[in-house]
Ligand binder design. Structure first.
Ligand code: AMP
Length: 405
């Protein structure tokens, strides 16, 4: 499906599209494919506020220059399929050809899918069957795939899974202490943010190859928050499990929780949907602070509740990092990534302070400058800040699959 058309006298470059669709936004990234299959970002953007009264479309080129920033009629972005039409329309006005393939972030590959796959009818049906494992995410991830299959049936589409990187876990790490029949039915510790961790492994291999065979804990601290134990470049444990609710506190999710609390809420008369909404949207930093989930605002606030939320966050993230050391019998390297991990120096400092007993010590100035190395020369554990790039991993996998590699 190569496009070798020549337009306006210039050789047209092949391009590849990456889509990351959530419940309220569709993010899109376009890459140019060079003669040696090197991928160069051309633009990135998103439709946000899907299903609200103020949906917006924005996009920037590779230099960060704004290409579009405008409101959309709510009826044109009432749901994800609608919003995908808006993305398609806008992109078609900015492309000189059709992308050779589209790569999608799909949250769940279920117990079997441990690598990206080309999407056909069978694969789509299998992915739909995993909806019960990720009811809030999977349908939104699959919606743009269906729209593109309908509108552009000739374009190859590839699904890349957030769970795939963790399929290297052994059965012990994958289990909950439940009767075995639940494991057989798919109640397992899948783990998420795998595309981000996969990128970190790739990046560490390029920039710090000496740390890669060792015992690494990577902390993906964004709106979703998890940490992953990586040994010899492979995931051996994750703080996230069956759903993206388990583990560390997040922007709007509580992280670890006594399941008795959910039973208590049910006894109080809360419905399944009310509890689900609470756990995904109103807890974590937002719930504790009573303000919101943006760490920038919480750091600037002098409200005691904002302080409490950030202190809780630092404590429980540190606890989760330390716990992952049990999966590897130690920690040699700690890596921070994602919105909070890459940008919030005071949060990194607070987490590392709670890990001082592990011999972790960070240099205030290096930390203020966001690294890449932020640990002191005599810290027993090397601590780094690495910018994640999940969409590049999706683009690489997609290109590899359509090239038959
Ligand atoms: P992500 O999900 O990786 O996009 O991360 C989003 C979160 O990162 C936001 O909700 C903020 O809490 C946090 N964040 C982004 N930029 C900064 C910053 N400069 N300082 C502190 N926190 C930030």
């Amino acid at each position: 499906m190569q496009h070798d058309a020549v337009q306006r006298g210039a050789v047209q470059r092949d391009s590849l599209l990456v889509i990351n669709a959530g419940s309220s936004s569709i993010k899109f990234y376009l890459y140019d494919i060079g003669p040696g299959d090197e991928l160069t970002p051309r633009l990135g953007g998103q439709v946000e506020g899907i299903g609200t009264s103020h949906p917006r479309l924005r996009a920037r080129d590779a230099e960060g220059k704004i290409m579009v920033e405008r409101g959309i009629a709510p009826s044109h972005a009432a749901d994800v399929p609608n919003a995908q039409e808006v993305v398609g329309m806008w992109l078609s006005g900015h492309l000189t050809g059709v992308p050779i393939a589209v790569g999608h972030r799909v949250v769940h590959g279920g117990p079997e899918l441990s690598a990206p796959v080309l999407i056909d009818d069978d694969v789509l049906a299998r992915l739909e069957s995993f909806t019960s494992l990720a009811p809030l995410h999977q349908p939104n991830n699959l919606a743009p795939i269906k729209v593109i299959r309908e509108r552009r049936p000739g374009i190859a589409q590839v699904a890349c899974f957030d769970t795939a990187f963790h399929r290297s876990h052994d059965a012990l790490a994958d289990h909950y202490a439940l009767p075995e029949r639940f494991y057989e039915e798919g109640v397992r510790r899948y783990g998420f943010h795998g595309l981000s961790y996969e990128y970190l492994v790739q990046r560490l291999g390029q920039t710090l190859p000496e740390v890669l065979p060792g015992k690494i804990v990577a902390a993906h601290l964004g709106n979703g928050v998890s940490a992953c134990a990586i040994h010899n470049g492979r995931s051996v444990d994750s703080t996230m499990g069956f759903t993206a609710l388990e583990g560390l506190p997040m922007g709007t999710r509580p992280g670890r929780l006594d399941p008795g609390i959910v039973l208590w809420m049910m006894e109080q008369g809360m419905s399944h949907d009310e509890i689900e909404h609470l756990l995904y949207h109103d807890c974590g930093l937002k719930g504790l602070s009573g303000m919101g989930n943006d760490v920038r605002e919480l750091l600037e606030s002098d409200s005691p509740r904002a302080r409490l939320a950030l202190d809780y966050f630092a404590w429980r993230v540190a606890e989760g990092i330390a716990g992952l050391g049990c999966a590897m019998n130690g920690i040699d390297t700690l890596v921070f990534t994602a919105g909070i991990g890459e940008n919030a120096a005071p949060i990194r400092a607070a987490i590392c302070e709670r890990l001082g007993w592990l011999g972790i010590a960070i240099d205030a100035e290096r930390n203020a400058h966001h690294g890449p190395r932020i640990s002191t020369g005599d810290s027993r554990v090397g601590v780094y800040v690495v910018r994640t790039n999940e969409e590049l991993v999706i683009a690489q996998h997609t290109l590899a699959l359509v090239r038959g590699r």
